[in-house]
Design a binder for this molecule. Sequence first.
Ligand SMILES: NC(=O)c1ccc[n+]([C@@H]2O[C@H](COP(=O)([O-])OP(=O)(O)OC[C@H]3O[C@@H](n4cnc5c(N)ncnc54)[C@H](O)[C@@H]3O)[C@@H](O)[C@H]2O)c1
Ligand SMILES: O=c1ccn([C@@H]2O[C@H](COP(=O)(O)OP(=O)(O)O[C@H]3OC[C@@H](O)[C@H](O)[C@H]3O)[C@@H](O)[C@H]2O)c(=O)[nH]1
Length: 346
Amino acid sequence: MANQVSNGSNHVSTKPPPEPSPLRKAKFFQANMRILVTGGAGFIGSHLVDKLMQNEKNEVIVVDNYFTGSKDNLKQWIGHPRFELIRHDVTEPLLVEVDQIYHLACPASPIFYKYNPVKTIKTNVIGTLNMLGVAKRVGARILLTSTSEVYGDPLVHPQTEDYWGNVNPIGVRSCYDEGKRVAETLMFDYHRQHGIEIRIARIFNTYGPRMNIDDGRVVSNFIAQAIRDEPLTVQLPGTQTRSFCYVSDMVDGLIRLMEGNNTGPINIGNPGEFTMTELAETVKEMINPNVKIITVDNTPDDPRQRKPNITKANELLGWEPKIKLRDGIPLMEEDFRKRLEIPRKK
Ligand SMILES: NC(=O)c1ccc[n+]([C@@H]2O[C@H](COP(=O)([O-])OP(=O)(O)OC[C@H]3O[C@@H](n4cnc5c(N)ncnc54)[C@H](O)[C@@H]3O)[C@@H](O)[C@H]2O)c1
Ligand SMILES: O=c1ccn([C@@H]2O[C@H](COP(=O)(O)OP(=O)(O)O[C@H]3OC[C@@H](O)[C@H](O)[C@H]3O)[C@@H](O)[C@H]2O)c(=O)[nH]1
């Protein structure tokens, strides 16, 4: 008889195996990895979302309160069947079922994180506790975007991950740097106490297209100033150094860390080190040789030097940055000119 299947016993079934749910054929059901990105409407977050969405097996949920981020950064994904955008503040509890969490939500520019310091520390502490709560409830792996600011004004140079830092606990930057240090502590306590799978990236200064034009960070400031024909404002003394990583390199490093087997903390940054005067001169030379460079007052506790040692990222993740500062600046200039509607002079 057709369709008869014997299982070796006396029982003979005439029924074919059940069809999978018709929902499985729907586009939104094909994902096999659901990923939460907090702060996904921001600068790094939106580039990370772009990369994650390129993989058809990923479904991405962004939560963001739009303090420094914007829906505009995600406009290409809004309405996509594998994408969801939720207006939500991470200081409030969240119930979602996900496999991975990239926890980025936190203002990153010193101007913005100092604007409401109590809110910044709540975001770092309560926000991270809430996201660890999600990870614990659903068994998700969670990656925290910590910062080179956990090294404070570093006395070890370049900075290695085993350096404990030199941080002012009561200064105007503490809401951010101490906030991130507590966030790292919470990550490790949840890991040790509850077995949560954690990943910690210590991100060094990152730049690229989509930064807010008036974000206040140095690369975006200098590029916007050069395009607008305004003096480049080097904060004194100008000899302080930073190391700048292009955003696509950063996103690559974050995904490698999430997918790999190491908890971190791992430095992710570009070791190319520049003084702020050198950066201003480079931007001037590349974008607007007629622009003036002026010096202005600095803010308290500005770190005097910063450069990542990336041996760990290299050995454990096979990662190293590819884009040099001189190759990244023109990519950012193009994006800023488009948004400012100021074309390059012929
Ligand atoms: N860009 C860098 O150079 C750098 C360096 C070190 C660490 N980081 C870290 O990387 C992450 C992303 O930085 P970025 O440069 O993209 O900054 P960003 O300000 O562009 O993005 C942060 C995002 O988080 C959102 N957000 C802030 N508070 C929130 C809250 N309470 N609830 C929900 N959403 C909230 C903002 O609206 C924004 O979309 C941050 O955690 C930052 O500390 C960045
Ligand atoms: O217009 C400006 C702005 C900034 N600066 C200088 O540029 C340097 C870098 O300042 P930024 O504001 O870009 O950034 P910072 O290095 O202070 O903090 C940064 O690094 C670590 C991250 O976690 C933070 O989120 C990020 O903003 C500082 O020495 C600052 O004094 C200028 O010289 N001119």
